[in-house]
Design a protein around this ligand. Structure first.
Ligand SMILES: Nc1ncnc2c1ncn2[C@@H]1O[C@H](COP(=O)(O)OP(=O)(O)O)[C@@H](O)[C@H]1O
Ligand SMILES: [Mg+2]
Length: 141
């Protein structure tokens, strides 16, 4: 069983990591990949952000590696070997493309992420993935 765990570094996504680790600990032959998608594509109308300067980008990359290492540790503590991957692009479409191209059986993600609108049940990324994925999606609340 191939499992794709998605993290943006948010508390909610780390809860998803924890939940995935708890579940997967009992599944033999589970193959886990923890992915973070870097939103590096900038739009002309976007407010300049850290991602747009080379130093800012480098700094963000370091932060992402830290998040993935942290997630990997959570799995290790359950004796589950997890790979990590950093991808670039639009988070939802990148997750969907990866899941279908690499034949994942399950996608695990948090209900919300780093975004701000707390009254929504699902964030934009989890909403799009749940709607469009061809495989099952576990949304961790
Ligand atoms: N850039 C990303 N890379 C990988 N996973 C992501 C990314 N952004 C969001 N996710 C996953 O989707 C979940 C929901 O986040 P999201 O839909 O972006 O909510 P919000 O609108 O609150 O930011 C996160 O907990 C995480 O599991
Ligand atoms: Mg988000």
């Amino acid at each position: 069983m191939k499992i794709l765990v998605c993290t943006d570094g948010s508390e909610q996504s780390l809860k998803a990591v924890q939940k995935a680790a708890d579940i997967v600990a009992d599944i033999k032959e589970a193959q886990v990949t923890v992915v973070h998608v870097e939103e590096s594509i900038s739009h002309p109308y976007e407010i300049p952000s850290r991602e747009h300067s080379p130093e800012g980008h480098e700094q963000l990359e370091k932060e992402h590696k830290k998040v993935l290492a942290k997630a990997q540790k959570v799995f290790e503590e359950k004796n589950v070997k997890a790979e990590t991957a950093v991808k670039q692009g639009h988070p939802a479409s990148t997750i969907l493309e990866m899941a279908s191209k690499e034949n994942y059986d399950l996608i695990v993600m948090g209900s919300r992420g780093l975004g701000g609108i707390k009254k929504l049940l699902l964030g934009s990324v989890s909403n799009a993935v749940v709607q469009e994925a061809e495989v099952s999606v576990l949304i961790v609340k």
